[in-house]
Write a protein that binds this ligand. Structure first.
Ligand code: ATP
Ligand code: MG
Length: 553
């Protein structure tokens, strides 16, 4: 919740505008209510009641009204009263506009900043975070969750800011007219508050559960569409549909509970409010008609004041319910962001990377390495082979500092990998992962991720990998978009682009994880030739089953 409020409170200018508008709105709401009183006095022919004290310095809202309308001059009095009512209500609504407008502006600004910050922070998380938290959940955080957080917490921040001031404004009016009646009314209203508290208690946990289920729904949908080819060929539409349907039903149940409580809070408090009002009418008529402690026009204002009080009080009671739900969401968004400790910058790679008695087990219990030793010397080209599931990709991830070993040492020139700031450490590597992935960017952007492109290098690599012919077919050369996940290219072409991406990176060590799965013999030959002759990288680690590579070392 803290980061959210930090962002919310950072825009001091807008906040000040909101606060001033809201206060002005409160003042004019209360004055507008008072201005109704002389209208009744005029209508009931009791304008002389207002002439007693008409000094503006004598603090009494009724005197202020009287000072403005000069009730002693009967000529045009009704006109002046009407004009006053119009002006006061006009001003009240003007400030309602300025406060609403600046509040909505603040909401949009906050939403923007929040998404930006959340995306940035999520990207900074170590790889282990993404192994634990699904893509669907992460997407849900920056889309759905923030949307909902805005709708719940923010709109209710509005209520919590505005409505108490309105309560204060109207409360001062009713209290002025009759402290006794006010006290009795609020004693009755207190009972309703206890009821509402009880209702909203469970909302927080339900809100959190709802978000979790929604994340699962998003994840299932994503996996379904990602794997559409498999799904179609295995004719398993029904299976995926039933998974989706099941979670959807769960979500419906949880939402049902939340909305039933949310919906109940408002009508219940209104009903209880009406009960209280009836009670007031009975007591009030006694004061007005029998004991004559309150004048009839003041009693009308008193009732109007109570009526006006009901809406902000109702909103405040709702705000609590929404806030509880919002808190659940905010906790989900913010608590899981892991902070990395401050680390030293990576040194130059001079000698070797060495694994000493490394143990590694995935969080799900899959043991991959036990007392594993390995070394990569500067200047060598190393080929590493092993059966499927041996741990080759895991080895690379450990070497790149993307995963942390459970015990043992991973040393770069004698210094533990964990000591380095991951960002600068990764500068040492040009990495071609086993999983080929192209993004829905232009080809140039896919190759360098926004960095400057070295056209001479591109030309050379494209010729070696046979991509030059592919490029000729593209309508806009390197500016052609790769299409979602590179669906527009063949499997081999996509792998070639992924290799080109790695080769274009200026780095000390080239790491290729199974780079030739989809490549034809001819391309493998020319890639080998290139790696043998050119020394763009001082050190090369290749993970491959390809026999050609085995000969290579
Ligand atoms: N994120 C993960 N969580 C749990 N277990 C994992 C995870 N990634 C890999 N594994 C398991 O760890 C073992 C090593 O996986 P790894 O990907 O390193 O194998 P590999 O040698 O690269 O295999 P391949 O030749 O198929 O690429 C496998 O048994 C695999 O099932
Ligand atoms: Mg692998």
């Amino acid at each position: 919740m803290k980061p959210f409020f930090k962002i919310l409170l950072s825009d001091k200018k807008t906040l000040a505008t909101i606060l001033l508008s809201v206060i002005a709105y409160g003042i004019f709401s209360s004055l507008a209510l008072w201005s109704v009183s002389p209208l009744f006095s005029v209508l009931f022919g009791k304008e002389n009641l207002l002439t007693e004290q008409t000094s503006i310095f004598n603090f009494n809202p009724k005197n202020l009204i009287a000072f403005l309308i000069e009730p002693s001059k009967s000529e045009g009095l009704f006109f002046r009263v009407s004009l006053l009512i119009i002006s006061l209500f006009g001003l009240r609504n003007l400030f309602a506009f300025t406060s609403n407008f600046s509040l909505s502006l603040l909401q949009e600004k906050t939403s923007l900043k929040l998404r930006k910050q959340l995306f940035e922070t999520l990207l900074q998380n170590p790889l282990s975070y993404f192994e634990a938290v699904s893509t669907g959940e992460n997407i849900s955080k920056i889309t759905q969750d923030i949307e909902r957080l805005m709708a719940t917490v923010f709109q209710n921040f509005v209520i919590l800011l505005k409505e108490p001031i309105l309560v204060l404004a109207y409360f001062s009016v009713v209290l002025w007219i009759s402290p006794k009646l006010t006290f009795l009314t609020f004693a009755v209203c207190g009972v309703s508050l206890v009821f509402i508290r009880f209702l909203t208690k469970t909302l927080k946990s339900q809100g959190k559960l709802g978000q979790e289920i929604f994340a699962r729904i998003t994840e299932i949908a994503k996996e379904t569409f990602d794997g559409i080819l498999l799904l179609k060929t295995f004719r398993s539409e029904k299976f995926f549909f039933s998974k989706f349907e099941k979670e959807l039903q769960n979500y419906f149940k949880v939402r049902g509970k939340v909305i039933s409580r949310q919906s109940l809070a408002s009508p219940l408090s209104e009903f209880l409010g009406i009960l209280a009002l009836t009670f007031v009418l009975i007591l009030g008529s006694e004061e007005v008609l029998v004991e004559k402690t309150i004048s009839p026009d003041d009693f009308v204002v008193f009732l109007l004041g109570l009526f006006q009080l009901m809406s902000p009080l109702k909103k405040l009671s709702n705000a609590n319910a929404f806030l509880q739900e919002g808190k659940g969401i905010a906790e989900r968004i913010f608590t899981e962001v892991e902070q990395e400790a401050v680390k030293t910058k990576s040194p130059k790679f001079e000698k070797e990377i060495r694994f000493e008695k490394v143990n590694f087990t995935y969080p799900n219990g899959t043991k991959v390495f036990e007392d594993f030793d390995f070394s990569l010397q500067k200047g060598e080209t190393k080929i590493f082979t092993g059966e499927n599931g041996f741990g080759k990709t895991t080895l690379v991830k450990l070497m790149l500092g993307l995963l942390k070993s459970n015990s043992g040492k991973i040393l770069v020139d004698g210094v533990s990998v964990e000591k380095f700031e991951l960002g600068t450490y990764l500068e040492l590597f040009a990495f071609v992962p086993q999983e080929v992935r192209l993004f829905d960017f232009t080809l140039a952007e896919n190759l360098t991720f926004g960095k400057e492109i070295n056209y001479a290098k591109v030309e050379k690599i494209f010729a070696i990998l046979g991509l030059d012919k592919v490029l000729e077919k593209l309508p806009k050369d390197l500016e052609t978009k790769g299409g979602e996940l590179g669906n527009k290219f063949s499997g081999g072409e996509r792998q070639k682009f992924a290799i080109a991406r790695g080769l274009l990176r200026e780095a000390e060590i080239l790491v290729l994880d199974e780079p030739t799965t989809y490549l034809d013999e001819k391309t493998v030959e020319s890639l080998l030739e290139f790696l043998r002759i050119e020394n763009w990288f001082s050190t090369i680690l290749v993970i491959s089953h390809n026999e050609k590579f085995k000969e290579f070392s």
